[in-house]
Design a protein around this ligand. Sequence first.
Ligand SMILES: Cc1cc2nc3c(=O)[nH]c(=O)nc-3n(C[C@H](O)[C@H](O)[C@H](O)COP(=O)(O)O)c2cc1C
Length: 314
Amino acid sequence: MRDFLYLAPLQSFTDHHFRNAFQQTLGDVDRFYAPYLKMSNDGSIKEGPKNDVLPKNNPFELVVPQLMACCADDFMVMANYLSDLGYQEVNWNLGCPYPMVAKRDLGSGILNKPEKVISILEEVIPKTNLSIGIKMRMGYEDTSDILTLLPALNQFPLTEVIVHARYGKQLYAGSCDHDRFEESIPLTNHKLIYNGDIVSVEEFRNLKQRFPSIHHWMIGRGAVANPFIFEMIQEDEYEMPDDWKEVFFQFLQLLLESHLKESSNEGNVLIKMKHFWEYFSSSFENPNKVYRLIKKADSISDYRNKIEQLLFEA
Ligand SMILES: Cc1cc2nc3c(=O)[nH]c(=O)nc-3n(C[C@H](O)[C@H](O)[C@H](O)COP(=O)(O)O)c2cc1C
């Protein structure tokens, strides 16, 4: 069986600008997950993520939207919105680690209350025509919650369970708990997707060897740092493709143009591009030097000159 590779949702990075630029220049991603929809205090859906999933912003297929909810009513408001837009599947976020979120039983904060997860699923599944998948961490305080939750999820017709092999309170620190992930594999009858710290072909190979029954993998930060990682994994190739600079340049141009088209504030777009380079720079031999150079860009045209200089004059 071949390996299926998914791009993880990363709020403020893998939005429609990124996903569309990616689909036009790079490849080998089987599914793109959009960052989560969430309710505002006034009972409406937050505008940014709501726009991100609009069909006009997503001309390419393969996009799975995500929502974050801690009660069936909120879940249904967002599910109905997505269903009206024509989506057939939604991913439920049970992974967000931030204390402000988790303390309201959102994201990973609900993982140590399996009865709440179950009752939400019992209520929403009969009410929505969307298929539901889950993206979760292995627990909130530690990685043990998954041992209770995974078997309890077997009663539901989920499309998949994506597991980021950390616990919530860890945020992004420390390492993934591969022993716990391995222990969890026989506990589910759903399609299980591994997520966490795949940053190189070598790391992917190690994980594949460790978990031979897993054929679905989700990559987040490693893919923003090196958008060629999917192609390199599929071709089992340690080196960047020969034409990576030309392809990356095209990708950067599409990303920039897409942001400029949507925002009249060039200063904000420049800040956004610089954020990306915190990740992009790690694909270069001297990441600090590269990031420093980009950070110095004082206008969009200066930014354009600097990326040309970086890719073609070095
Ligand atoms: C900046 C940032 C934003 C994220 N936004 C989301 C999100 O909207 N939904 C979600 O399920 N996970 C989100 N995540 C978690 C990632 O999808 C992924 O599970 C995590 O980064 C581990 O995978 P990785 O090591 O391949 O990056 C985010 C992570 C980061 C670093």
